[in-house]
Design a binder for this molecule. Sequence first.
Ligand SMILES: [Zn+2]
Length: 428
Amino acid sequence: MKKSVITIAVATTVGLGTIFGGVTVKTEAESISGLKGEQTKIQDQRSNIKADINSANDKINTLQRQQADVKSEKKRLDFAIDDTTDKINDKTEKVKSTKAEVAKLQAETKVIKERIQKRNVLLKERARSYQENGGMVSYLDVLMGSTSFNDFIDRANAVATIVQADQEILEQHEADKKELLEKQTRVETNLASLQKMLVDLKNMNQQLSAQKKEKEKLLASLKDQEEEAHEGMLDMQEREQILAAQEAAIKRSIQNERERQAREAAQAKSNQSKSGSSGTSSTSSGSSASSSAPKVSSGSFTRPAPGVITSTFGARGGSFHYGFDIAKPGDNVPIVAAADGEVYVSHYSSSYGNVVYILHNINGQTYTTVYAHMRRSLVGAGATVKKGQQIGVMGNTGDSRGQHLHFELYKGRWQYHAAINPSGIVPL
Ligand SMILES: [Zn+2]
């Protein structure tokens, strides 16, 4: 976009010579076709910038879609994290109860082991007493001491029962012990698998959280990219606005030129003796400049505002300052046109705030001056202004820190980032 602008600036210089009361060198047909050519070039630029705006819009839409996708993935991860957290809590509870069960079984086994030990001691003691007393002999004594056969049977059964009972109790104890130990083994195996599950779940949760963090990072970067694209688009929209205003100014110039030519033709026809005189119709200043307006210089340019220079043209902290800053406190600090000219933009911009663009023709050279951050503008597009005429009030609108005038100068028409150093041209 930037390259094509340069040719326009040259065309402007030639084309506008007639409108601003300069010497008419070109023929009338040439002056209008020059303006028309200029208009076509601006239209081309506008369609280029519109295409750029469209592609920026597409990019923003894509970034927004990507953000929506990432957000839904993040939501899915949130659900998964909630789910594993629930499971972790559940398994932790189960591990706790299983551990209690293991402890209970261990206690029960201990009890039964003690019982077995006691029974063993008892049986050993009994066996020892059998041996000491002749073992089975004493049983025999018991049996021999029977008074009758029936008594013998009873006594024999009693002895057998006692021996069997001892054995059965011991066997039962052993069986209980075995069962308890088996149960304990089962529960311990269960505990081990629960603990492994818990570890797995915790690992999974960690992984999910890491993924979520990654998504959050991605989302933040997408947001940054969208903001950047948005800022770029605002910048382009602003340029488009200025180009539209330039086109409108050229249309007005064509109209003025046609009217002037018609007037000249009519005058030449109706009055042969008189020669054409009135060219441009410039409204006289009607200057409302307050007492604090700067003294109007005698040259082509004058200082655009009273106050101190707070920033000059050039590199400024990593960026480039395309103008001069003049600051003065007060509610009604006047800003004046730096030279005679035509206002072709007077609007509000997010960066420049209330801003006025004036086109000048100084000895055949076209210049553009820009007055930014004004509290308010007093002129509209199409207005003709005189050097030193108040065009606005100093302010702090747009991207501005503190009340000041940001003043820019261009050779030719406004071009993106093509402002020149006004020092030496405009008395500052
Ligand atoms: Zn500035």
